[in-house]
Each structure stands twice: as C-alpha cells, then as structure tokens.
Design a binder for this molecule. Structure first.
Ligand code: UD1
Length: 421
C-alpha cells in the first residue's frame, strides 16, 4: 500500500508538461485490433490503465513493444486471435469493454464479462449493446458473461443513442468501420478523445465523417491498414493542474495543451476570478486574486466535464461564498465529499447536488482516494490544508496521473510517497 504525505504548499510555481490523454489512448489502443500490420502510437501516457489495456491486447496475440523513454508503443497484430477476454484484466478497467467493438468487427464474435473501473455509479453497457444489436449482432448474457455474435457479419444501419455516452459512441464506431454499407450514429458524444479516435481510424483507411458533431457517418471498408498516430493532450490532467494553481495561490504554466479542449474549465475559473492567460499550446494560471464561488453543472462535452468535478469541489471548499455543483453524469460521484469534510470543508449533499460553503481554512487529515478524480481533489485539498495530510489508496490517482509525485515536487509541493504494510 502506498500513500502520499502532503504538507501545505502555497505559492507553488513552475512549468507542468501535460501527457497524452489516457482516455484517447485507451480506445485507440483497442482500435489497433482492426489494423493489419504494424502501428505506432506516440505520446503514450504510461499509466497503469494503459498497461492493463496492453496486457488485454497481448492476451489475444497482439505484439506490443513499449518505449517508455520516447513515450511510444509499436503494435503488431500479425498473430491476433479471438478468445474469451481475460476476466482478471477486464475487471481492472472499464475501458476493457472497448475491445468488444473492434473484435466484433474483425472476428464477428466477442466473449467478455462486465467491465470494472472506478466505482462512481452503476455504469451499464446497454447503449453499447443496443448499437451492436442494431448492426446485426445477437447478444446473450449468462452468469455475467456476455456473448456478442454477428453470424452473417455486421450491416450498416441508423443508430440513435439515448444518451451521448463516450464509450458507446467509441465502441459503435469501431464496430461499424468494417460493416457492410453505411452506419449513421445520432446523438453521439463529441468529446475530443472521440475525435482523436476517428482521426486514427481514418488514417488507417476508415471512412468516417462528422467527428466532433452529434451525427457520425461511417462508410464500411473491407480492411484497415497500419499507421502512426500521436495522442492528443490530456485535458483532465491539464485542468487538474489549473485548479491546483488557483487553489494554492500559485503561478503555473501548463504546457503542451489544447486550449480549445479546456474552455469549460478555463471559463469557470475566470468566472471565479482566477487569472488565466491562454497561448497557442499553453495556459498560465495565476491564483493571487480574491476568488468567488460559482455554480457548476456537469454535462457531456463541450459542457463542464464530470472528470473535473471533484477537483473544482476542493477549490470551491476554500473559496468565499457558497456554490452548487450539480452532477448529472454519474449518480455516485460524491465519494470525495466525506474525505473533504474530514479536512474541515462545509459541503452538504441534496440528491445529485452538493452545496459548498467556502471556509477560511481546511486542515490536514488522514483521507482516502476513493477513485481517480476524487484522489486528485484530495491532492489539491492537501496542498492547501494547514499542516499535513495523508492520502491512502493512491493507486487510484496513479491510474490517471503520470509521474504525479515528481510533477508536484517540481512546482514546489511538499509531497512524499510512503510505503505501508
Ligand atoms: C468516459 C471516460 C470517463 C468520463 C466519462 C464521462 C474513458 C475511458 N472514460 O467513461 O473518464 O468520466 O466518459 O465523460 O473515456 N451509460 C449508460 N449506458 C451505457 C453507457 C453509459 O447508461 O451503455 C451512462 C453511464 O452510466 C453514465 C453516462 O452514461 O451515467 C456517461 O457514461 P459514458 O459517457 O459512457 O462514460 P464512459 O465511456 O464509461
């Protein structure tokens, strides 16, 4: 078991280089199942979730060569085969279910169990299955094992998503690229990570139009080739450091970012009176102003991201006045509130809303990272809290933040990782 010990570290300063986006890299790695030959993925964030995805691919015969120094992965699908996906790996990450679409497209059959991942809600997969069914697959579910089979191949069709699910949009796109004829997906998600996946698939020879819009049209092709692709910057990692800079009254330069992807975050910070300066590929945050509280409602992109909600809650907890966060995406994404309360935050929950009344100070405490972004919110709180905080279960945090300890130290955060039994 590893923990972070963090001492109050105000006035942090320096540069933070942002990694490639985990949530773009995961579906793109899954999509390599569709390729014939060798593919190179660059700007890979070597996180534990990425390692699990690589192991899932290796388990079906795909050859993976990691170059952690140059942050790239070479992938060769020459010896790929189909079998029931390893449950030990599937239960580790929710994104393991993204193997279903490309495997169905390539082999006409997938056998997989319900995926695991962060415990932030029920997280059903009905929309993914609805899409596969519409494309002609038959689905049976027994003892938690899902068998998806398209005996006569997949055939393009019109699919309407009841909700713009990120994962369902990605899975259905990957299933459709080799289907006969045209597939039109309406009310799909428009997240930048989906645009990146589409760009990758089109580079391999897919014919997909409408990336970043609510309607995506896919003309099926016979096969896909290999290519080389660079992952987009991680907007959630960047957003987390922006909020940290604002909360710790620091001065940070967040480098290698796409400012367009961060509009919901930067405009909320500006509304709180945080000084933000955007350049072509970087954002400067300056947290010396007196801040005021705001209201936030999480929404699908380009709305305010649910993955930034816990981090903003830490900032709001130490900001003058009261604000409301309405979480509309996941029904159980308030686990960090109990931990922030231990540190002296004043937060009340009413249904899917949290009412945050800013306090003058929070104090260090022993807290637990209950999921990835909840863990990030505790780091922000720990940096700002008087005294020392001890954050346990940090493996959750390391699923999404590469080299976090070093990056924090580089900007002046007093943090150490300790091992306990
Ligand atoms: C992805 C992100 C995750 C982010 C989330 C929302 C990855 C690897 N993960 O997760 O970090 O928090 O988008 O931006 O990219 N839903 C259904 N049925 C389905 C699928 C989803 O009801 O078949 C519901 C979910 O329970 C949830 C909502 O739709 O309430 C959004 O989920 P979805 O967009 O699918 O998120 P993920 O792809 O799991």
């Amino acid at each position: 078991m590893e923990k972070f010990l963090i001492k109050q570290s105000l006035n942090i300063k320096g540069n933070v280089y942002i990694e490639g986006a985990k949530n773009a890299c995961l579906p793109i790695l899954a999509a390599t199942i569709l390729s014939n030959g060798k593919t190179t993925i660059k700007r890979v964030p070597f996180l534990s979730d990425i390692d699990v995805m690589c192991s899932l691919l290796e388990d079906i015969g795909i050859n993976i060569k990691k170059d952690t120094i140059n942050k790239c992965i070479d992938i060769d699908t020459k010896n790929i085969f189909n079998k029931e996906i390893c449950y030990e790996l599937v239960k580790k990450i929710r994104a393991s279910f993204l193997l279903a679409g490309p495997l169905l497209a390539r082999f006409g059959k997938v056998v997989i169990q319900m995926p695991g991942g962060c415990a932030i809600g029920v997280r059903p997969i009905d929309l993914h299955l609805k899409g596969f069914k519409a494309l002609g697959a038959e689905i049976t579910q027994k003892h938690g094992v899902i068998e998806i089979q398209a005996k006569n191949g997949l055939v393009g069709t019109e699919i309407y998503l009841d909700f713009p699910s990120v994962g369902a949009t990605e899975n259905i796109i990957m299933a459709s690229v080799l289907a006969k004829g045209e597939t039109i997906i309406s009310n799909c998600a428009t997240e930048p990570e989906i645009v990146d996946l589409i760009e990758f698939l089109n580079k391999m020879g897919a014919k997909i139009d409408g990336a970043g819009t609510e309607t995506i049209k896919i003309k099926g092709v016979d096969s896909l080739n290999s290519c080389s692709h660079t992952i987009i910057p991680d907007r959630i990692e960047a957003g987390t450091f922006l909020v940290l800079g604002a909360a710790a009254k620091g001065e940070l330069n967040i480098l290698d970012v796409d400012c367009e992807h961060l509009k919901a975050v930067t405009s909320k910070l500006r509304e709180m009176n945080v000084y933000i300066e955007e350049k072509e590929n970087s954002i400067k945050v300056f947290g010396k102003n007196i801040l005021k509280n705001v209201d936030i409602k999480t929404m699908p992109y380009p709305g305010f991201p649910t993955d930034m909600q816990p981090q903003f809650m830490s900032l709001m907890a130490i900001t003058k006045g009261a604000g409301i966060i309405n979480e509309t995406i996941f029904e159980n994404r308030f686990m960090h509130i109990g931990e922030l309360s231990l540190m002296g935050a004043n937060i009340k929950v009413e249904g899917s809303s949290a009412i945050i009344t800013g306090v003058d100070k929070i104090t260090g405490a022993k807290v637990k990272a209950t999921d990835l972004r909840a863990g990030a919110s505790l780091i922000i709180a720990g940096v700002c809290a008087e005294g020392e905080s001890e954050i346990s279960d940090i493996y959750h945090i390391e699923r999404g933040y590469y080299n976090i300890e070093e990056k924090l130290k580089n900007i002046g955060v007093n943090v150490i990782k300790i091992k306990t039994t």
